[in-house]
Design a protein around this ligand. Structure first.
Ligand SMILES: [Zn+2]
Length: 206
């Protein structure tokens, strides 16, 4: 990952690594992968999240997917919808999943959000972390985070969240998924297939 210099007034230039595999190849790697749930308790939900990530990427979104679990069962799975079919820049997959859940729980004043677990294929951005704090979903696990990327860095997005949000989220678990390193790399490769063109699309709207 190259370092990035932002010059005021100029279109920011972000350089992402070239992916080593296509969506088809990565989808096949997921088919060939056998979850090892003894060793990696989050393997199955992680595979589902990355499969959804590929689905997001294939239709022109940033290739991030996720699922929601309750009582050990996957209750919904979704894709990021922020770029396609049109720009709805709030609709990262975390938002899509929590929107659906909040609508489903509309009549429930105390839905015990601590019983729900959100999985995503990529570390939530600060916007989604703020939403997670407001929503109070008990656990959030992400398959992959790029510690070297300009938008992440050495600290997690959670580490850098303003103190007020951290206070709201102090009972929540927000961590990297306990899945295999192989799945983390597949998730990273999936994301790399989409991120460059998507960021360019955002910036060209300026
Ligand atoms: Zn987000």
């Amino acid at each position: 990952m190259q370092s990035t210099i932002f010059m005021s007034g100029e279109k920011p230039s972000l350089n992402f690594e070239t992916p080593k595999f296509s969506y088809d190849e990565l989808a096949q790697q997921l088919v060939d992968y056998t979850p090892d749930t003894e060793r990696y308790p989050h393997d199955e939900a992680s595979v589902v999240s990355v499969v959804e990530g590929i689905r997001a990427g294939r239709i022109g979104n940033v290739a991030v997917g996720g699922c929601l679990m309750k009582d050990g069962e996957i209750i919904s799975r979704e894709i990021s919808k922020a770029v396609a079919p049109f720009h709805r820049t709030d609709l990262h997959v975390e938002m899509v999943l929590l929107n659906e859940l909040e609508e489903k729980l509309c009549d429930n004043k105390k839905p015990r959000m601590r019983d729900y677990t959100l999985f995503t294929s990529q570390e939530p951005c600060p916007m989604c972390l703020a939403r997670i704090c407001f929503n109070q979903v008990g656990k959030t696990y992400y398959v992959y985070r790029d510690g070297n990327s300009p938008e992440a860095g050495a600290q997690t997005n959670w580490d850098r969240l303003p103190p007020g949000f951290k206070g709201l989220g102090s009972r929540l678990v927000i961590e990297e998924a306990q899945c295999s390193p192989e799945l983390k790399e597949i998730s990273r490769q999936v994301w790399l297939n989409s991120i460059g063109p998507a960021v360019n699309e955002f910036l060209d709207r300026y």
